[in-house]
Unconditional design. Structure first.
Length: 275
């Protein structure tokens, strides 16, 4: 999608500057990681938590998330991975759930081995984490991955030739190979971007009001993200669906995490602070 965005902005402003100004998907992804890290560290400092531990957490959690996202993707495509094991060493596809599970798993592990209270840091993370997909899903949009199903809604988008959605639609006989654009699809990348921005804004307020209930903000983030992700997955066009519920892998993961979060909520005996 980046070539289309660049072309549109250059024509609109009668310039070639946007060829250089519009960031690549990789740049956007790195910006999302850096933004979350900066907000997380700043909020830790503001609440009296260790800035040095916040910095170490940011660096190593980002590395664990990157590693986890790659491993999760390879496991999702285990047949092709086993057929060509060298693909493990290539730069290639990633999966957001791997980033979440790997990153948060290391986050908790670090605090545990350092004998540091885990819940206060998790709450700061929960208040900040929405910025990650808010910015990062624009990387998916620019790269043309994680695309939506075909639609005729007014805000639908068409991806350029040779994009992933274009190739899939050619293979499925939806468009001719000579077509210049794909069929219109849901911009699901932007759906998630906007919903996680709302989650970030809500939880930034929620976290300030519920610091005396450690762990509550993080669990609320997990619950809100999984519910919205579950709904958005119905509009995805790039994923397999499985019987009997015709759900995607992400939706099954969401259901498991939602159930687990509710159990933790009950066991934690969380109570919203009365005003």
């Amino acid at each position: 999608m980046r070539p289309r965005v660049v072309e549109f902005l250059n024509e609109l402003c009668n310039t070639q500057l946007f060829t250089y100004l519009v960031p690549s998907g990789t740049t956007i992804y790195l910006a999302s990681v850096l933004t979350v890290a900066l907000v997380f560290i700043k909020r830790c400092e503001r609440t009296g938590l260790s800035a040095s531990h916040a910095l170490y957490l940011s660096i190593f959690t980002a590395m664990a998330a990157a590693f986890g996202s790659r491993i999760f993707y390879l496991l999702q495509h285990i047949s092709s991975t086993l057929a060509n094991p060298l693909v493990i060493f290539y730069c290639g596809g990633t999966a957001s759930w791997g980033a979440y599970l790997g990153g948060i798993g290391f986050f908790i592990f670090y605090l545990f081995i350092k004998n540091i209270p885990i819940r206060p840091y998790l709450d700061v993370l929960g208040s900040s984490l929405g910025l990650g997909p808010f910015i990062g899903r624009w990387s998916c949009f620019m790269n043309g991955c994680c695309f939506g199903s075909t639609t005729h809604v007014p805000w639908s988008v068409r991806f350029p030739k040779y994009s992933q959605v274009y190739q899939l639609q050619v293979n499925n006989g939806l468009i001719d190979y000579n077509s210049s654009l794909s069929e219109a699809v849901h911009p699901v990348q932007l759906y998630e971007s906007l919903t996680t921005l709302v989650i970030f804004l809500i939880l930034s307020w929620f976290w300030k009001k519920n610091r005396d209930n450690p762990g509550l903000t993080f669990l609320t983030y997990v619950l809100m993200y999984c519910i919205t992700r579950f709904v958005i997955e119905f509009f995805r066009g790039d994923v397999d669906r499985y019987s009997p519920l015709n759900l995607t892998v992400s939706q099954f993961i969401c259901l498991i995490i939602i159930l687990t979060t509710i159990i933790f909520w009950i066991l934690g005996n969380f109570r919203l602070k009365s005003e």
